[in-house]
Design a protein around this ligand. Structure first.
Ligand SMILES: Cc1cc2nc3c(=O)[nH]c(=O)nc-3n(C[C@H](O)[C@H](O)[C@H](O)COP(=O)(O)OP(=O)(O)OC[C@H]3O[C@@H](n4cnc5c(N)ncnc54)[C@H](O)[C@@H]3O)c2cc1C
Length: 240
């Protein structure tokens, strides 16, 4: 099922990522971490597309449910299709969305959790973190990998959450810039910050290779498979 929604606000989060507030006629119902789909006819929109017919791409609702609006944070790929379409939208435009769905949701708010993501893989982590901070009782570790400081998404939000919640630790790791914080692949820092690595639940999302590497690292650290909940972005998508 699909429905129409109106873009009511657009904000540049980083040089490549825009946040869209999208309002519909009725309340959005979903679990934090789930995604909708943006659907459009590329010929009508004047967008080059490799596929025939309607383009459909998943995008994650980054706010908590319960209102008639969702926020989407979308990174533009210059050779992309839906991301280019969305970056060309303006406030007041109507877009077509699909039902919200997906498996990446918080399993248990009483256990210690770690959110491990890179790039736009942070989008499901943000609503899951918000949900956990409201209801959770354990320790929360938020690991986020990006190339440079300017491409870190949600830094203001995460830094503020960290000052407000004593049970939250936020660890950024940069792969393309020297700074005074951690560098390299984000999953390499897990054991430096988590005391009880094997008894923590991990939620991880990013390009497929990052998810594979993170799962391998967790396996080496003795984390059982059923403690890891993951989602890889599109199959075949290149690294960030
Ligand atoms: C469950 C789920 C939720 C998602 N949520 C979000 C979200 O909240 N925000 C967001 O920005 N994206 C999200 N994505 C990714 C999104 O659905 C698209 O894959 C992305 O926007 C590119 O689509 P496109 O049509 O512009 O590019 P396409 O036309 O599909 O691809 C064109 C080219 O773009 C590049 N490309 C495409 N995808 C990626 C990628 N993931 N990493 C690196 N390069 C890529 C490649 O060079 C590719 O050849 C999500 C994906 C999934 C599976």
């Amino acid at each position: 099922m699909s429905f129409e929604a109106t873009i009511t606000s657009i904000h540049e989060m980083t040089p490549e990522v825009k946040q869209f507030v999208v309002e519909a006629n009725g309340e959005f119902e979903y679990e934090p971490g789930q995604h909708t789909t943006v659907q459009f006819d590329p010929d009508e929109a004047g967008i080059d597309a490799e596929e025939d017919g309607t383009v459909v791409r998943p995008y994650t609702a980054t706010n908590l449910p319960g209102t008639d609006a969702i926020t989407l944070a979308i990174k533009r790929y210059d050779d992309g299709t839906a991301s280019v379409y969305m970056h060309e939208r303006e406030t007041g435009d109507t877009i077509t969305l699909g039902e919200l769905e997906g498996n990446l949701t918080v399993r248990d708010t009483d256990e210690d959790v770690a959110f491990v993501s890179t790039g736009t893989g942070i989008t499901p982590m943000i609503p899951m973190l918000r949900h956990y901070l409201k209801e959770g009782t354990g320790e929360v570790y938020f690991f986020y990998g990006e190339k440079t400081q300017e491409s870190i998404m949600y830094r203001e939000t995460l830094d503020t959450f960290e000052t407000e919640h004593e049970n939250l630790s936020v660890i950024y790791s940069l792969s393309d810039e020297e700074w005074d914080g951690p560098t390299g692949h984000v999953q390499e820092h897990i054991e430096d910050h988590i005391d009880d690595v094997a008894n923590t639940r991990y939620y991880t999302c990013g390009v497929p290779q990052m998810v594979v590497d993170t799962k391998e690292r967790l396996d080496e650290l003795g984390v059982p498979d059923d403690h890891v909940v993951s989602e890889g972005w599109e199959d075949g998508a290149v690294g960030e």
